[in-house]
Design a binder for this molecule. Structure first.
Ligand SMILES: [Zn+2]
Ligand SMILES: [Zn+2]
Length: 246
């Protein structure tokens, strides 16, 4: 069906050519595929990933789009934070806004890590408006020992409220189903809460860094959404939300 979160060899942590992502998407019968390489705006962290060759990235996507039998979108996963959240200029179809790091924090095992992550996320989205998707809420679960769940529902509620108000969508990031905790990122109750608060703009992304993960567990995300009564999800084309019936 759809996968808007894929990393190609324009990201420092993937070796997959863009063409292979598209080929894999066709094999998996996806209708819409988005390539969304990393561009972390704050480069002061050891694992900050800037987009390699921004002009070449867009040019290569535009060439691929001409021959693609399925809808191919030029995205970017913009790493935002309290110090910067302005996405780069360019012919992007959409942005995934992700908080990947917290200033001054390198130990994820501290007790209040989720509070700090949510505070940073709230600061990071100040002034941002949709269209666009907030990436992988609960992202730190990948790295925290024991994959400890988010534990500050009050701040989470505030984050969701602000996303809804700013018309920023969220993604169901399916990478959690490839992790030992075997759950969507974020957990289903968080998606449900976003919907209850009036959120509409939900998309699905595998967060693939290898061709074999393109489109992985998209069916699970769809069935989760259908169970919640959702009948359409969204992608963005040229900066405009487009619905897709499910
Ligand atoms: Zn990310
Ligand atoms: Zn990603």
């Amino acid at each position: 069906m759809i996968d808007l979160h894929n990393h190609s060899n324009f990201s420092p942590d993937s070796n997959t050519p863009q063409s292979e992502i598209v080929e894999r998407a066709i094999e998996k019968n996806l209708q819409v595929i988005g390539i969304s390489d990393h561009d972390d705006l704050d480069t002061s962290f050891p694992y900050s990933y800037r987009l390699k060759d921004p002009a070449g990235y867009l040019e290569s996507l535009s060439l691929l789009k001409r021959n693609s039998p399925i809808k191919l979108l030029s995205g970017l996963e913009v790493g935002i934070g309290s110090s910067c959240n302005t996405p780069p200029e360019g012919e992007f179809d959409y942005f995934i806004y992700s908080v990947h790091s917290i200033p001054g924090i390198d130990d994820l095992e501290i007790d209040n890590i989720w509070t700090l992550y949510l505070e940073e996320s709230l600061d990071a989205i100040k002034g941002l408006t949709g269209p666009g998707f907030f990436g992988h809420i609960e992202f730190l679960r990948r790295y925290i020992k024991g994959h400890r769940e988010l534990d500050n529902p009050v701040l989470l509620e505030e984050l969701l409220r602000r996303l809804v108000k700013s018309e920023i969508g969220i993604e169901i990031n399916t990478s959690g189903w490839r992790a030992p905790y075997n759950e969507s990122t974020p957990q289903p109750w968080i998606v449900e809460r976003y919907l209850q608060m009036g959120g509409r703009y939900i998309t699905i992304g595998s967060d693939s860094h290898r061709a074999c993960d393109v489109g992985s567990h998209v069916e699970k995300a769809l069935s989760l959404l259908l169970d919640m009564g959702v009948r359409e999800i969204f992608y963005c084309e040229k900066g405009t939300y487009m619905p897709l019936k499910i």
